[in-house]
Design a protein around this ligand. Structure first.
Ligand SMILES: Cc1cc2nc3c(=O)[nH]c(=O)nc-3n(C[C@H](O)[C@H](O)[C@H](O)COP(=O)(O)OP(=O)(O)OC[C@H]3O[C@@H](n4cnc5c(N)ncnc54)[C@H](O)[C@@H]3O)c2cc1C
Length: 482
């Protein structure tokens, strides 16, 4: 089949049965028409349409090595710097569609599975041929242009002890039984963004301690979301039908769900790591998946910083606040953030090198630095919008006011230097959806945590970064004789 268009995505979404719980109800019927999902489903469809546009298709797809059909470019295993540049261009085009607001466009996990397939030998074939399974899975996802979600984290029950020491050893998802046709999994994982995906990857993230009790939790596998016993329990939706009132929430609420495995059978060809803490702890770094995921994330973060800088500038200009030096300084901070993320990207691509698995890989020093800096600077995006928008962010009456008898007052008192009332309210609602609405709050949390706990990431960065040359320079100066 190869690269999909939006209609094909929606058709598969609606024809794939899945157990999604929303409040006290199981979602039945068409997922793409459910109020919690329809806005984002349309946005995802629009992204797939984008890659099939005649003027973009050449740059957004490449020829499948197995069928010759066009397939999505984020599946491309880069061998040259030009390949990397093509990937970046494609990812930026998708990211710009939502102003970098959608975190889980398909290219995020496509990048991961692409890298893991190149590193197939990491998975090995002791006992079972896990290396062939990961390659077949990558090819299956690529050739059908499937949308993946993933879940890495055990439920937040008691972080003080490992999964086997929780009140119940089956809270965190784990192996229950190995059968001739696959492995049975019971327990839960938290969290999976995008329950309207086609497939779910269940991979390790937090370090598994080496004790024997934690071995059953050391697993990596993938399943169709229709797998029997697989359940998604959603949070409250922030979606809305009014694009005027909620310009982002109405389009981009990707939804987050806790995933329950009620004795789910994972067929052997979908198992990639089994009861192997050493492999589980290393998979992300050793395969290069983390670099390619972080590369995609940096592209999106640059897009988001640019978008919010543009939004803050428009807000300031609209109300004539752009002339004040402190407002200019705040917007400059956003521009600096955008430029910093782009500089990390450029450096990572300029110093790219072929990794141990043959992929032209962005330099991990700038990419890992971007990954660690982003959770610290991302909250500033919302802070600056609040500082500049001030009370204007609360002068955002619901859309219905525009058709009400109060319209003349609205037209008079909500107008701004550079916009009539309707346009000014529209703009400030967008700013609020980034900075303060429920949707905006979720965005803030997402940027802080989506790539892991920033505290532990910072510790890992500290341990990983080669500080020796810097220390040597200091020591040399301390003991300089002249
Ligand atoms: C909006 C959103 C969407 C997400 N989507 C996904 C998704 O699609 N797939 C997915 O797999 N994950 C997803 N995540 C989860 C994300 O991976 C985690 O939030 C992140 O890894 C941190 O884990 P945690 O939330 O369980 O925090 P916890 O580990 O519970 O941490 C809670 C607090 O305790 C501290 N802490 C906990 N343990 C330690 C320790 N050992 N040492 C030091 N400090 C510690 C942390 O610093 C933090 O302050 C999402 C998160 C958010 C917020």
């Amino acid at each position: 089949m190869g690269a999909r268009n939006g209609k094909q995505f929606l058709q598969r979404l609606d024809s794939t049965p899945r157990e999604i719980w929303y409040g006290d109800k199981k979602v039945t019927g068409s997922v793409s028409e459910h109020p919690a999902f329809r806005g984002v489903a349309r946005s995802i469809a629009a992204l797939y349409d984008l890659q099939m546009k005649p003027e973009l298709r050449e740059a957004m797809t490449y020829k499948s090595p197995t069928t010759g059909d066009p397939v999505g470019l984020s599946f491309l295993q880069p061998r040259t710097r030009e390949d990397l540049a093509k990937r970046t261009w494609m990812m930026k085009t998708w990211a710009d569609y939502s102003g970098g607001i959608m975190g889980r466009t398909a290219d995020y996990l496509n990048s991961s599975i692409m890298a893991m397939a190149a590193a197939k030998d990491f998975f090995g074939n002791e006992g079972r041929d896990y290396s062939s399974s990961i390659v077949r899975y990558y090819e299956y996802v690529r050739e059908n242009d499937l949308l993946l979600t993933h879940t890495l984290i055990n439920p937040q029950t008691n972080r003080g002890v490992g999964p086997s020491k929780q009140a119940d050893p089956f809270i965190a998802a784990r192996v229950v039984e190995k059968k001739s046709d696959g492995v049975v999994i019971r327990g839960a994982r938290m969290l999976a963004t995008l329950p309207m995906a086609d497939e779910i990857m269940v991979f390790p993230s937090t370090v598994i301690r080496s004790g024997q009790d934690d071995v059953p939790y050391s697993i990596a596998f993938a399943l169709p979301v229709s797998a029997k016993g697989l359940k998604f329990i959603c949070r409250e939706s922030f979606a809305s039908d009014s694009a005027y009132d909620h310009p982002l929430a109405s389009r981009f609420d990707e939804q987050d769900a806790v995933v329950v495995f009620d004795d789910v059978l994972v067929p052997w060809d979908r198992v990639f790591i089994l009861e192997d803490p050493e492999k589980a702890n290393r998979v992300s770094e050793a395969t290069g998946a983390v670099v390619f995921m972080a590369h995609q994330a940096t592209v999106r973060e640059a897009a988001k910083a640019e978008f919010v800088a543009g939004l803050a500038t428009l807000v300031a200009e609209t109300i004539g606040a752009d002339q004040f030096p402190q407002v200019q300084e705040k917007i400059s901070d956003l521009l600096l953030t955008a430029e910093t993320m782009k500089a990390f990207l450029s450096a990572s691509e300029a110093n790219a090198a072929v990794n141990g698995w043959g992929l032209m890989t962005p330099d991990y020093i700038p990419i890992n630095s971007a990954r660690n800096l982003w959770p610290k600077v991302a909250p500033t995006l919302a802070i600056v919008l609040k500082q500049i928008g001030a009370s204007g962010l609360m002068a955002i009456p619901p859309e219905e006011i525009l058709g009400s008898p109060a319209r003349p007052e609205v037209d008079k008192y909500y107008q701004a230097k550079l916009a009539d009332a309707e346009e000014r309210i529209r703009l400030f609602k967008l700013a609020w959806d980034v900075a303060g609405s429920s949707f905006g709050g979720r965005q803030d949390l997402y940027e802080r945590f989506f790539f892991g706990d920033p505290v532990r990431m910072a510790s890992a960065y500290y341990a990983w970064y080669n500080k020796e040359p810097f220390k040597e320079r200091v020591k040399e100066l301390l003991h300089r004789k002249d």
